[in-house]
Design a protein around this ligand. Structure first.
Ligand SMILES: [Mg+2]
Length: 432
């Protein structure tokens, strides 16, 4: 079994309401019944579970050692909590500081024991807590630490990795950590930025363009795993015979996935064009825009074609809401791509990463579907797509020319730049 990422969750103040006296949280009284849940916790846990994460509650209950709570009631309350939130495990430390145990947070004992018995991938796991002991325990266990700031008047945690007001608010960040593709074992002990080379990437690079000579050249590049094109790119290079061009491309790149787009705006005509394009080859994916030009969703077209076995690439998505209905329309069908235009989202001044991470989460239960990071603007986007576990990134031929810069030594890069200025000034024959 492959180790899975886990979310270690403190109980009081994260999952359930904390009891605060004079600004300081006090242990909640466990009377065997379910304690009141904090807002958004059920939704947060459901989303994290759907993405395949283990949910493990780790709770200090020193009132047991202090004689003000009995362990049976604590356990009964925790059983209710486990059932209500569908948790994988609830671990309790019943000790106080003087007991010298290894489980009381800030010691990492509970996290490490659960990691061992449930086969947890700690490098992709997080600890969510509302007190300094939680954050310290997480740090010692080697997981990403997330502080839920309940504004207590007490010792503050030492530099948590992430801070947020509630569990639901930090779900995107948790998923970003958990879905991150870990670098190969060989590079784990070295700084990733200095060792990353294009061949380390888990994200598949598809070349996006319509220039025949470039396509031929890129087909021989082992880093390129597929091709996409679109009517705008084809027009830019003067293609007039769509089908003739498509056959030329398919001859040049046998076996690799290639996407061609329908250009009709009428739903019936889109279906007709899609069926015809699909006949061009087993490696052909038909691009269907997410709406027509009036903004009407193409869900009927997508589900009809998918049910017929046509391999699709649904394109021009910008929102998670669109991803949701496209996933519904493609679920249970053949392999398909979903193209979210991360670069254009960035053009609007928004960070595309949370949208891409949420999209991966929505798709997680459907192994036939792959997410495409479309319209990247810079090489950094390839590394970002790789880190969040995005399946594919489509990269224009121009941007691909910079691919070899990945992981380049910055001193060397600086020197290259200085030499370029010098060379160009000399070539221009400037004098002063
Ligand atoms: Mg707490």
């Amino acid at each position: 079994m492959t180790p899975r990422p886990a979310v270690f969750l403190d109980r009081d103040g994260v999952l359930t309401e904390s009891v605060v006296v004079d600004g300081v949280p006090r242990p909640a009284h466990s009377d065997g019944t379910l304690l009141p849940l904090r807002p958004g916790v059920e939704e947060a846990c459901a989303r994290l579970r759907r993405a395949g994460l283990l949910l493990i509650c780790v709770s200090n209950q020193p009132d047991v050692a202090r004689g003000t709570a009995d362990i049976e009631s604590v356990n009964a309350t925790n059983r209710e909590l486990r059932a209500a939130l569908n948790l994988d495990a609830v671990l309790v430390c019943p000790h106080d500081d003087r007991d010298g145990c290894e489980c009381r947070k800030p010691l990492p004992g509970m996290l490490l024991a659960a990691a061992d018995s449930l086969d947890v991938d700690l490098a992709r796991s997080v600890m969510v807590g509302d007190r300094w002991r939680d954050i310290e325990a997480g740090r010692r266990a080697g997981v990403t630490t997330i502080f839920i700031d309940n504004r207590y008047d007490e010792r503050q945690p030492n530099r948590p990795d992430i801070t947020g007001p509630g569990l639901l608010d930090v779900v995107p960040q948790i998923l970003q950590v958990a879905l991150r593709i870990t670098m190969r074992d060989a590079t784990l002990d070295r700084p990733a930025a200095e060792t990353l080379s294009p061949s380390d990437l888990a994200v598949e690079i598809f070349a996006d363009g319509a220039d025949r000579a470039s396509i031929l050249q890129l087909a021989a590049n082992p880093l390129i795993k597929g091709f996409t094109t679109n009517p705008t790119l084809m027009r830019a290079v003067g293609v007039t015979d769509y089908e003739g061009f498509a056959h030329e491309v398919l001859t040049a790149v046998p076996g690799m996935p290639v996407s061609f787009e329908v250009f009709a705006d009428d739903f019936d005509e889109m279906e007709r064009q899609a069926r015809r394009i699909a006949e061009w080859g087993d490696n052909v994916y038909v691009k269907i825009p997410v709406t027509d030009t009036k903004g009407r969703p193409t869900d009927r077209v997508v589900s009809t074609l998918s049910e017929e076995g046509v391999q699709l690439n649904v394109t021009a998505l910008f929102t998670v809401e669109q991803v949701r209905w496209v996933v519904d329309a493609l679920a249970g069908g053949p392999r398909a791509f979903i193209s979210v235009f991360a670069g254009r989202i960035a053009d609007s001044g928004r960070d595309p990463i949370p949208i891409m991470v949420d999209s991966l989460e929505v798709m997680a239960a459907h192994p036939n579907l792959k997410l495409i990071w479309a319209s990247p603007r810079e090489i950094l986007n390839i590394v970002q797509a790789d880190q969040i576990g995005c399946h594919v990134i489509t990269v224009t031929h121009d941007l691909l020319k910079k691919l070899s810069s990945i992981g380049k030594d910055l001193d060397e890069f600086s020197l290259d730049t200085v030499r370029m200025f010098h060379r160009d000034a000399a070539s221009a024959g400037f004098t002063l």
